[in-house]
Design a protein around this ligand. Structure first.
Ligand code: NAD
Ligand code: UD1
Length: 343
């Protein structure tokens, strides 16, 4: 019998790609989303790709009673992948309580339900932001967690601690935190992708919107960093690779292959690219020149961060298959599709 997986935030950017990957592997999916940063159209996009419409429950995970009622209705959930959270770093500085409530309370309410069940499996969306500026590159999972630069980053650190502490006393609960580096790109069909609301804060949606003529030019934040070309270095990972990693991690949990009941993995390509290299990759695949200008450094940016992926490669037997050009090509295709929709 196929396994049933709850995907919270499953209409969001990474969640929707993961729902596709799960359905393509034969899992049954039920999505919870409150549509605070997504749209019902995403359900259609998922269905167009997989020919299967996932179950959907519009529900706000901040409402503890609704979470409880959901788990009463769904007595058979074999695993939970918890994407739902607020993720805008700047907004978290302005409104920390919103972030602590949405990212921490929701996690606690779900874990409280799972604690009561037999054999719960749980996957948490964490971030490379927990490492801050690591002392050594590439970054392994053993690198120390640094004091968070923002309430958002802090919610990921606290979230991981909550899960680790809970797993210590609830041996039936098996959990994995996945520390994503920089997710970019879209499904190659352009049926789903990232939907930034307002002015994008992240590099790739800003690049594609600039190329589409919606922004005048990209500001490259800082060109005097101690890197080969002076711009910051990141590990840009295709969202399709990230989605597949969730399926692999889930299978590890379901097959009882874990050595410890709480594990952490880095998810990146293992390769760092500078902002200028990212622009070049975009220009190559789109055939377009991108208008950009150097600007001041952005507060809170680390100089360089890229993953040591040995643990994910060896333990999960997972490796990123796409490169930055593939990811840029899909991001550009998705942007063009959005433009057509808006016209
Ligand atoms: P997203 O905003 O596209 O998706 C999150 C989804 O959760 C949205 O559909 C939103 O409507 C939903 N949601 C938020 N609060 C909710 C609530 N209280 N109840 C129900 N639904 C709720 O974000 P994403 O980029 O797909 O990120 C998914 C996860 O990965 C988040 O936890 C994020 O912090 C983490 N993460 C993202 C990145 C990134 O760069 N995108 C990097 C590292 C970690
Ligand atoms: C962001 C989040 C971080 C999260 C990470 C992973 C911030 C401050 N940090 O990090 O918490 O864990 O994503 O998804 O938002 N850049 C420009 N011009 C732009 C936008 C970005 O030059 O208009 C540069 C940045 O300085 C950085 C790189 O592009 O060097 C990537 O930026 P971004 O996409 O925002 O991701 P991160 O800063 O790595």
């Amino acid at each position: 019998m196929s396994k049933k997986i709850l995907v919270t935030g499953g209409l969001g950017y990474i969640g929707s790609h993961t729902v596709v990957a799960l359905q393509e592997k034969g899992f049954e999916v039920v999505i919870i989303d409150n549509l605070s940063n997504s749209s019902l159209d995403v359900l259609g996009g998922i269905t167009r790709i997989t020919k299967v419409s996932p179950e959907f429950e519009k529900l706000d995970l901040r409402d503890k009673n609704s979470v409880k009622a959901f788990f009463e209705r769904y007595s058979k959930i074999d695993g939970v992948i918890h994407f739902a959270a607020s993720k805008a770093v700047g907004e978290s500085v302005q409104n920390p309580l919103l972030y602590y409530e949405n990212n921490i309370n929701t996690l606690i309410y779900i874990l409280q339900e799972l604690k009561e069940r037999e054999d719960s499996r749980f996957i948490f969306s964490s971030s490379c932001t927990v490492y801050g500026q690591a002392d050594e590159l590439p970054i392994t999972e053993n690198a120390p967690v640094k004091k968070a630069e923002s309430p958002y980053g802090n919610t990921k650190q606290i979230g991981e601690e909550i899960i680790a502490d809970t797993c210590k006393v609830v041996p039936r609960l098996k959990a994995i935190s996945l520390r994503y580096f920089n997710p970019i790109g879209a499904h190659p069909s352009a049926n789903i992708g990232e939907l930034p609301i307002g002015t994008p804060q992240n590099l790739v949606p800003f690049i594609t919107q600039t190329a589409a003529g919606k922004r005048e030019k990209l500001s490259v934040f800082g060109n005097d960093y101690p890197t080969p070309d002076g711009t910051c270095i990141r590990d840009y990972i295709h969202v399709m690779d990230l989605a597949r990693a969730h399926v692999v991690a889930l299978e590890r949990l379901l097959e009882g292959e874990q050595e410890e009941n709480y594990e952490v993995f880095n998810l990146g390509t293992g390769k760092g690219n500078s902002v200028l290299e990212a622009i070049k990759a975009f220009e190559k695949v789109s055939g377009q020149k991108l208008p950009y200008a150097f600007a001041d450094r952005r507060e809170g940016d680390v100089i360089s961060a890229y993953a040591d992926t040995t643990k994910a490669n060896e333990v999960l037997k997972w490796k990123a298959e796409y490169d930055i050009e593939d990811a840029m090509e899909s991001a550009w295709k998705w942007q063009q599709k959005l433009e057509v929709k808006e016209d």
